[in-house]
Write a protein that binds this ligand. Structure first.
Ligand SMILES: Cc1cc2nc3c(=O)[nH]c(=O)nc-3n(C[C@H](O)[C@H](O)[C@H](O)COP(=O)(O)O)c2cc1C
Length: 272
């Protein structure tokens, strides 16, 4: 790639992060044109789904919020132990759970904020070790707080590693969250402005998952470096109307592994 092309793409990228909504560019959204609204969530992909437990009062949550804020860290070394179904349920609810449906099915209000309450993400899981769940690929149904089993995942370790571009440490996580983006759900309202808004939304989702994990003394790591093709393939996403945008493995960690965690920051040591 030559320098001109690099400069062109940098400029495109910078423009993408700017808020252009105040410009008088004549843009009219599909919503303004009164085109039909797309569904609030993706339909179930299987006939059966497992209702998740919701009795979060029974969860042992660690410490107060100020402690959690200070304790949050990216964690990449997992013990490989199973997490409970209630813990997984809490992670799903905290990051994408639906609290209410408003305005005659106009919007979902969830545990995380979203521009225009569009909530244009779906949640998929590769389950490795969660008590009461068979390992494999799952899809979260936020309207009913249920989980549908999609299919087993052959060679789970290699598959997860391939999905996350060789970040094989993630294969020891109890579960890997993959968030997909359903563009038209946001474009219907925001059109050419949708994509910047949803990336901000996604940050909220990721942080919510970090904090929910930390509250249960579980570890997670935001993953921006993933294989688009492998993640889309894992859940049969078409890559146009829906595609993977973010991943987060979650697993138990042990304080004794702190030195191993530091190895991921060897590059910082070199600079000190
Ligand atoms: C959007 C995003 C993408 C990231 N991608 C990766 C990744 O692909 N691999 C990885 O090991 N860490 C990844 N991280 C974790 C960061 O490296 C980590 O947050 C950073 O080093 C700061 O550490 P802290 O989270 O403990 O504060 C990502 C974090 C974010 C927010």
């Amino acid at each position: 790639m030559d320098q001109t092309e690099i400069a062109r793409r940098i400029a495109l990228g910078r423009n993408f992060t700017k808020c252009a909504m105040d410009g008088d560019d004549g843009f009219v959204s599909d919503q303004q044109q009164r085109l039909p609204q797309p569904p609030l969530v993706k339909a179930a992909m299987r006939e059966r789904a497992l209702r998740l437990p919701h009795d979060f009062d029974n969860l042992a949550l660690a410490g107060d919020y100020a402690r959690l804020v200070g304790a949050r860290r990216t964690r990449r070394v997992y013990t490989g132990e199973a997490i409970s179904l209630l813990q997984l349920s809490f992670l799903l609810w905290a990051s994408q759970g639906v609290e209410s449906v408003r305005g005659k099915s106009y919007a979902t209000l969830r545990t995380v904020p979203s521009g225009g309450a569009r909530h244009a993400f779906e949640t998929y899981l590769v389950v490795n070790s969660v008590e009461g769940l068979a390992p494999g690929a799952y899809h979260y149904l936020p309207m009913t707080h249920a989980l549908e089993f999609l299919n087993p995942v052959d060679n789970r370790e290699e598959t997860v590693s391939e999905m996350l571009m060789g970040q094989s440490w993630a294969a020891k996580a109890s579960v890997v969250f993959i968030f997909s983006f359903v563009p038209y759900r946001a474009e219907w309202r925001y059109g050419i402005y949708a994509h910047r808004v949803v990336m901000i939304d996604l940050g909220h989702v990721g942080q919510a998952l970090y904090m929910a994990a930390e509250a249960m003394e579980l570890g997670t790591c935001g993953i921006g470096a993933f294989s688009q093709a492998a993640c889309d393939r894992a859940f049969s996403l078409d890559g146009q109307e829906e595609y993977a945008v973010y991943a987060q493995p979650v697993g138990r960690y042990a304080d004794a592994d702190a030195p191993k965690e530091l190895e991921f920051y060897a590059f910082l040591k070199e600079r000190e």
